[in-house]
Ligand binder design. Structure first.
Ligand code: PEP
Ligand code: MG
Length: 750
């Protein structure tokens, strides 16, 4: 402890002199840590680590010895951002021999990453002749030096050209999974990353400890209040999502049980760090340990840990940190709930990148409704990006091209500017289609409707000239306001929708809460498997007061106009009957009665397919929710990016299901539409129409592109080919290839 304080004191002098002198620094560290070698490897453009200074290795290897990130022990430390403590480094499988360094005599090595604000700038290593494992105190000391070294490098970067490349401004490309197609460029806002500490060293350790203790008390009181209320309160936290609150509370317990996380922070302060720097240090260590854990549940705790560190840092700064977004910024977050998407959209972001979430997740659906390009990058980007970094979000429709480019080169930026211009021109081309009829080349009319959930989206009716609203997700407005509205408020929203639609049909879907759509303060039980849990109509039937109020609001809003209502997540005909009975009971009380009351169901649960004869006798219409239907048919969570290619609408089972449904609805005279997100994708839209489903409902962004392609389709010809493809497609995982090949050959641009 005393030694560390002395070392930190000396480093502080060095920093104060503004020397930034790497040779001086390595000499100091080698002496203080009783090591024969101390070396700094700096990250250079092109992911190259270059020996920037050394005490103990041959001086002329400075600037000459280079390793790629991932190469050798130094490269491995940089690539994994994890320290390596090796008694016999030369026999480690990653060891890369560099003759010019003269390092043969040194057996043991301790190498730690040099990081700043989550970005690796280089590697700091010490070596000794005798084979030994460095003790935990030494590891901690070297990590602390690495943290200070990062500041020295950053501070001297402007004046010291040797350090200039250390800013790790290297461009990085991350393959991504498209959630909402589009293209956006702008500065990054990293959500959840705590800002780098301004002050690293404490002047007065006792006063700093007292400060830390006060902040810990404030933080704990805040968490106690959360436990009491069951939800996080501060704006900016993931408080729209009750699941997040649960995680934060779990994380608190986890960290509290983590053999003294707070004690380690206090120890780091005793070692001379400021309270903020100590929190960063210890949170960084824990993050490294947890990064190696593959268990998804435990990995989830990483984000919670950041929340907690942020909470403690917030308490140290006298309040929470609420992030602002410059206009056109790209948000980077581990995950987002639907209400957060709305919140950030309101702050003017141009798109977002998340680590967890797939195209079927509600965050993605909401983004699509708002026209917000979005991708998921499974890992690595949050650790690498820093607030203000330039980023290109290339959510290309084709999976292969979908990527995020962090800190792009100038010529890449110019290239993308041209692509953005071209995209704008293409949009203008689609806009010209607005007033043309939605018919296939052989004159079959196709009804294209909108999926919306917010009053602000009503403008899309005019913009796209959609035939109506095929899915109004009533829960979205409630998620946006963070509470269930009362009957008059709900009626006002629904009336606005009907007013805007005029003569066009609107299919209102009753509340579909639960799963990932949770209201703040919701007392829904913690479930192992919320998508298949107590959600949606199940809540409506078990707690009928809520559903009844909504049905009354819808009837009042109609005020004598025609009204169409459908129920989500219906699993049995009996459930449909129970829901319809509630609706009819309300309808008997409300005057004026709707001119026509149409009562339908979503088809999202495969079990309903096996009750079609009974169902078709009772429903006025059916709308297929392919997002949920596919997740339940394939038992593949729609929110897990890793499963995104485990289900496909163009697979034989889905085509059989939809084909059967289409035929039986037609025979029974029951109108059928598809309102899942798949309807907006060109190949899917083509295929659905090919199966005889002539009413599609989709986000606004899909309407004109789908209309454009359908106007090029000879539907009769395609139907014959599709039937043949299906006959020969037995056992294939997907029939996408032959379907898209037909489109290519027939001039239909998908
Ligand atoms: C669906 O499941 O396809 C659907 C339209 O409902 P949601 O996406 O709101 O669950
Ligand atoms: Mg659904």
């Amino acid at each position: 402890m005393v030694a560390q304080r002395r070392l930190l004191g000396r480093l502080r002098e060095l920093m104060a002199r503004g020397a930034g002198s790497l040779p001086e620094l390595v000499r100091l560290v080698a002496g203080e840590l009783v090591s024969e070698v101390c070396s700094i490897y700096a990250l250079k453009p092109g992911d190259i680590l270059e020996l920037a200074a050394t005490e103990g290795l041959r001086p002329d290897s400075v600037g000459r010895t280079r390793l790629r990130v991932g190469e050798g022990i130094i490269g491995l430390v940089a690539a994994t951002s994890t320290a390596l403590n090796l008694p016999d480094a030369q026999n480690h499988p990653a060891f890369a021999y560099r003759a010019e360094t003269g390092e043969e005599p040194y057996a043991s090595m301790l190498a730690v990453p040099v990081r700043r604000a989550g970005r690796t700038l280089g590697v700091l290593a010490v070596q000794n002749r005798n084979p030994r494992r460095y003790d935990p105190g030494e590891v901690e000391e070297l990590e602390t030096v690495a943290m200070l070294l990062a500041e020295v490098l950053a501070a001297s970067g402007a004046e010291d050209s040797a350090a200039e490349g250390l800013g790790a401004t290297v461009p990085r490309r991350f393959p991504a999974v498209v959630l909402v197609p589009g293209l956006a460029m702008g500065p990054v806002v990293v959500l959840g990353a705590a800002p780098a500490p301004g002050r690293l060293l404490a002047e007065n350790t006792d006063a700093e400890l007292a400060r830390l203790n006060r902040a810990v008390t404030t933080m704990q009181q805040g968490i106690d209040a959360l436990i009491e209320a069951g939800l996080p309160r501060e704006a900016g936290a993931r408080n729209a999502d009750a699941a997040a609150s649960r995680e934060i509370l779990d994380a608190y317990r986890l960290v509290a049980a983590d053999a003294g996380w707070l004690r380690r922070v206090a120890d780091a302060v005793r070692g001379g760090l400021s309270a903020e720097a100590a929190v960063h240090r210890v949170a960084g260590d824990l993050r490294d340990r947890m990064r190696r854990i593959t268990d998804p549940y435990l990995r989830e705790r990483l984000a919670d840990l950041e929340d907690l560190a942020g909470r403690l840092l917030g308490a140290l700064n006298g309040g929470g940190h609420t992030a602002a977004a410059p206009p056109g910024a790209i948000l980077l977050a581990r995950r987002l709930g639907p209400a957060e998407v709305l919140d950030w959209h309101g702050r003017g972001i141009a798109g977002f990148v998340i680590e967890e979430g797939s195209a079927g997740s509600h965050a993605a659906i909401l983004a699509r409704a708002l026209g917000l390009p979005a991708v998921s990058v499974p890992r690595g980007i949050l650790e690498t990006a820093e607030d203000g970094d330039a980023v290109i979000l290339d959510a290309a429709e084709t999976q292969a091209g979908c990527q995020v480019i962090l800190r792009p080169e100038q010529d890449v930026i110019a290239l993308y500017h041209r692509a953005l211009d071209a995209r704008t021109a293409r949009q203008a081309g689609f806009a010209a289609l607005r007033d043309l009829p939605s018919v296939t080349r052989d004159a079959t009319p196709i009804t294209l409707m909108l999926n919306i959930g917010l009053a602000l989206e009503l403008a899309q009716l005019e913009a796209t000239a959609a035939a109506g609203i095929g899915l109004f997700r009533t829960e979205i407005a409630m998620l946006a306001r963070g509470a269930i509205a009362d009957v008059p408020e709900q009626a006002a929203v629904y009336a606005r929708v009907l007013d805007a639609a005029g003569d066009r049909p609107v299919l209102f879907r009753t509340l579909d809460l639960g799963g990932d759509k949770l209201l703040p303060g919701s007392d829904l039980p913690v479930e192992e498997n919320p998508a298949m849990g107590w959600r949606s109509l199940r809540i409506g039937l078990d707690r009928p007061a809520l559903l009844r109020r909504q049905l009354r609001a819808l009837l009042l809003a109609a005020g004598g106009r025609p009204l169409s209502i459908m129920f989500p997540m219906v699993a049995t005909v009996a459930e449909f009957r129970a829901a319809r009975a509630l609706l009819l009971a309300e309808a008997a009380k409300v005057r004026p009665a709707p001119a026509q009351l149409r009562i339908g169901t979503m088809l999202e649960i495969p079990a309903l397919m096996f009750q079609l004869p009974a169902l078709l006798k009772e429903v006025d219409f059916i709308s297929v929710g392919t997002n949920d239907l596919m997740q339940f048919l394939f038992a593949a969570d729609r929110g897990t990016p890793a499963l995104a290619n485990r289900y496909d609408l163009l697979s034989p089972p889905m085509l059989d299901l939809l084909g059967t449904l289409s035929d039986q609805c037609r025979a029974a005279g029951v109108p059928l539409s598809v309102c899942g997100e798949a309807a907006a994708r060109p190949a899917e839209a083509l295929t659905l129409v090919g199966l005889g489903i002539e009413s599609l409902s989709m986000p606004a962004s899909g309407i004109l592109p789908v209309k454009a392609l359908l106007r090029d389709v000879d539907l009769g010809g395609f139907r014959r080919v599709l039937a043949a493809i299906r006959r020969t497609g037995d056992g294939a995982a997907t029939l996408r290839e032959p379907i898209t090949a037909w489109a290519r050959e027939h001039g239909v641009a998908l």
